[in-house]
Every structure is written in C-alpha cells, then in structure tokens.
Design a binder for this molecule. Structure first.
Ligand code: ZN
Ligand code: ZN
Ligand code: ZN
Length: 328
C-alpha cells in the first residue's frame, strides 16, 4: 500500500500543475491554503484555479493530492447550498415554531433576584435605567441585583411567545426557503503540505530552483514553469526557459523527469520533443533523475535533446554546468 502511494506521488511530481502548486508551499508563499468565500459559488481556491484553469477542476486537483498523501486537509467550514438553484447565497432565518414566520423579535429575559420577578429587558427599561416593574426597585449590578435568564422571542406575526426559534435557509437568489432536511451541505477544507513529505516534495521539485539560480549566475535570463507559444499557436509549458544574448536571443528549454524507480522511461523525451517541434528553441535539455533508460537516450539523440543525468539537485547543476561549458 505504501508503494502505491509513492508511485502515485512520483507521477504527480512530474505533473506541471502539481509542481507549480507545490512550489508555493516549498517557497513559503503558502503555509496553509485557505478557501476564499464567494457568495454565488460558495468557497473557492483562486491560487489553484489560476494553475489548473478553472474552478470546476480545482477541487479534483486538491482531492488527488490528498489521496496521494501529499496534502492534508482540515475542516474549515460547512457550506449550505440551496436545494432548488444550487446557490450558496443562503441566509439563516430564525422562525416562529407556531406560524413559521421569520418576523420575530428576540429579547433577553431578566430576573430581579430580590423579588424573583422575570420579564423581558424592554419592560425593565425606564430611560437608560433598569427598574423592576413589580417592586419598582432599581437594578444595578448584573449577577447581584439581577441575572440574565436566557432569551425570549415574540412572533410579530402571530404574537405567540417562545424561547427557541426554528431555523430555515433562505436563498437570496431564488428566494426559496428550505429546511435542514432538504439542504445540501458540503464540507470545506484548509489544505497544507504534509510535514513528513516535505523533503520528498523538495527533492522532486526544488531541483528547478538551484538550476535557475545557476543559470542566472551564468548570465541567463530565466523563467520557471514558463509558457512559450509554438508555430501552431498553442502554448507549451517548460519547467525552465533560459534566454541569453541581447540582439539575437538564444532560447534554451529545460524539462525535468524524475523517477522513483531506477530509470526514467522515454515518455518525457517524447513529450519534450512534441513541444520543441512546435516551439523550435535553440537548445533543449532533459534532466533525468536518477538516469535515463537506454531507449530514452537513443530517442533524445535522434530528436536533438540533450540529456542530463543526475542523482539529485546538486548533481543536476553540476552536470548541466559541464554540458553548457562544453558547448561554449
Ligand atoms: Zn408566529
Ligand atoms: Zn422586583
Ligand atoms: Zn435558490
């Protein structure tokens, strides 16, 4: 079972959306992902939506990361949806249990300790003083002269009194009332990176950062998780895009392929080739951690993709340095 979790995670680390998202936890930009309230849709995760493209996909994306054991979630709120129109723009109505009207008046009950008289606060008020309507004494100290004895409601529709109102949900969009029985209620979560998995994520992901730094130090302009437009008009995302030169800019694209098994298979080579075929950069590198399988190496040679093999991020930087220096 452990193994399937690990395989699932390794797969996710190679997904660009996952990389972009987890990078925000590793860099400290996000400590805990909190939902943002939207009156129409309920809760949303704008950071995730920006990465995956739309709101409908955000939840799926977060669920997958939870199932794989990368993220953990904490119950944040429960959201009530209108059973008729699906809107989350709901208000709670406290209603009269007799006639169901929500036109009720809530008051606090006060008891005069000395004479035992109990009534609603309004009947004690004389100006800004509290005077007992029964014995006409002034009530000064709470919990000494008088005590708060709970709440009391009066229905302005049927004039009945009661202490506990019933709740209904009022939809501000379609104006339909619903009850607890027919309400659609959904859990809403906060998400955070599992502490025990942080290192694994860092090894799988953070390889990009030291490489970007190294490239910058060597005079490249660097963008990570950058999109380039191809001849077809489609945009393609690369893990790193590096530019050099002022007049004619030389473009290098770099992708990462990480395997938790012994070797990286040829799929990342094929994926990178499909993108460079459209984008036509000057150089294309594939960093394979820990190493590329034989077939992948052959294909890379054929497609003019330079393979950089490395056991970890340090080695990746060193190997890339060797390749770049050899080239110059
Ligand atoms: Zn009533
Ligand atoms: Zn009294
Ligand atoms: Zn509604």
């Amino acid at each position: 079972m452990k193994k399937t979790g690990k395989t699932k995670r390794a797969e996710l680390y190679t997904d660009r959306n996952t990389q972009a998202f987890l990078g925000k936890f590793l860099s400290g930009e996000i400590r805990e992902l909190e939902p943002v309230y939207d009156p129409k849709l309920g809760y949303r995760y704008p950071v995730v939506e920006a990465i995956v493209g739309d709101a409908a996909k955000a939840e799926d994306f977060l669920n997958r990361l939870c199932e794989a054991g990368i993220l953990e979630r904490r119950l944040y709120d429960k959201i009530i949806y209108c059973p008729k129109c699906g809107s989350a723009n709901i208000s709670i109505h406290y209603c009269c249990p007799y006639c169901k009207s929500f036109n009720i008046q809530k008051s606090s009950l006060i008891e005069h300790v000395k004479c035992g008289y109990m009534d609603i606060e309004k009947n004690f008020l004389k100006g800004n003083k509290l005077i007992c309507p029964k014995c006409h004494e002034q009530l000064e100290k709470l919990d000494v002269d008088y005590r708060q004895a709970g709440t009391w409601c009066t229905c302005k529709n049927c004039s009945k009194n009661f202490d506990i109102p019933i709740n209904t949900h009022f939809c501000r969009d379609c104006h339909v009332d619903s009850t607890f029985e027919d309400a659609v209620i959904k859990d809403v979560y906060n998400y955070s990176l599992k502490e025990e998995i942080r290192e694994e994520v860092a090894v799988g992901w953070v390889v990009i950062e030291p490489i970007s730094l190294f490239l910058r130090e060597n005079g490249f302009e660097v963008e990570s998780h950058a999109f380039l437009e191809g001849k077809s008009g489609a945009n393609h995302m690369f893990d790193i895009v590096a530019y050099k030169g002022d007049v004619k800019r030389e473009v290098s694209v770099i992708d990462l392929a990480i395997s938790t098994e012994d070797t990286v298979p040829e799929q990342p080579v094929i994926a990178l080739f499909a993108k460079i075929f459209d984008v036509s950069p000057d150089n294309a590198y594939l960093i394979a951690i820990p190493e590329m399988n034989e077939n992948g190496k052959k294909m890379a040679g054929l497609y003019n993709i330079k393979v950089v093999e490395a056991k970890n991020q340090k080695e990746a930087v060193k190997a890339l340095k060797d390749k770049l220096l050899k080239k110059e």
